[in-house]
Design a protein around this ligand. Structure first.
Ligand code: ADP
Ligand code: ADP
Length: 229
């Protein structure tokens, strides 16, 4: 599950100014699509449309053949996990932040998610309630630690589709390398849409689309795009 398609998608925040002018994408289940392009090209907008923050003006987005306009918001959000560039956390424990909105999750599941995101060292088992951050440093998590919390949230949700919207862009290069390694693990078996600036970081993508001027200006694999210059 998790076959994503965009067919002739047109969208503008202002009806007179289209940001996306007829985008076609076909992302088979379990594969990775990278979307690159200059700042302002509409990369994040494309991700927001898939999550249905906004409805398309024309065309359709489908998941496994079903138009997302006909799917409930709740089931769409269950199907898609997002790791944004900057994760905003509640001023509460790591466990609370990981489990937020998932009243059905138990302690063991939260701990497993924390482990998968390599942040388990920060939580400890409490006699009641969710795992707590050792030491209670409030919101003093580093950027990389915050991204690990976002990854743990995603693991707890276990969605077939992942959106990584410049998930490591705000990090220093060493932390970026560490988080990318964790992301590569959670991408396995999921349909993934990676939004990126530089081609060099998305060598592993099954297909790359270059957005420019509201259209898919180029598409291909990493090697094909390099060959074309
Ligand atoms: P990218 O992710 O490629 O940098 P965005 O999708 O963020 O591009 O933005 C595409 C265009 O849409 C930009 O011109 C931006 O200013 C505009 N835009 C983005 N978000 C909004 C919004 N919420 N309301 C109006 N315009 C927006
Ligand atoms: P920037 O200059 O904004 O850092 P990059 O092209 O270097 O642009 O990377 C953009 C984003 O692509 C990164 O922040 C990261 O979230 C994502 N990305 C790159 N490679 C991977 C990968 N292997 N797995 C998941 N996400 C990736």
């Amino acid at each position: 599950a998790g076959h994503v398609r965009f067919d002739g998608v047109r969208f503008g925040y202002d009806p007179d100014r289209a940001i996306l002018k007829g985008i076609d994408l076909d992302v088979p289940a379990g594969t990775t699509l990278a979307v690159v392009g200059p700042s302002g090209a509409g990369k994040s907008t494309l991700a927001r449309l898939l999550y249905r923050f906004y409805d398309v003006d024309e065309g359709a987005i489908t998941i496994d053949g079903q138009d997302i306009a006909a799917v409930t918001q709740a089931s769409l959000r269950e199907a898609i996990g997002i790791v944004p560039q900057d994760t905003v956390l509640f001023n509460d424990t790591i466990g609370y932040n990981i489990a937020y909105g998932r009243a059905d999750a138990d302690q063991a599941q939260v701990e497993r998610a924390a482990q998968g995101a390599a942040i388990a060292g920060f939580i400890e088992r409490q006699p009641d309630g969710y795992a707590t951050r050792v030491g209670e440093r409030g919101l003093k998590l580093s950027g990389g630690e915050k991204q690990r919390v976002a990854i743990a949230r995603t693991l707890l949700k276990d969605p077939p589709i992942l959106i990584l919207d410049e998930a490591t862009s705000a990090l220093d290069s060493r932390t970026e390398g560490e988080i990318l390694a964790t992301l590569n693990e959670i991408e396995r078996g999921r349909t993934t849409i990676v939004i990126a600036h530089r081609l060099s970081t998305i060598v592993h993508a099954d297909q790359i689309v270059v957005l420019d001027g509201g259209v898919a200006a180029e598409r291909g694999t990493h090697a094909e795009l390099l060959r074309r210059g």
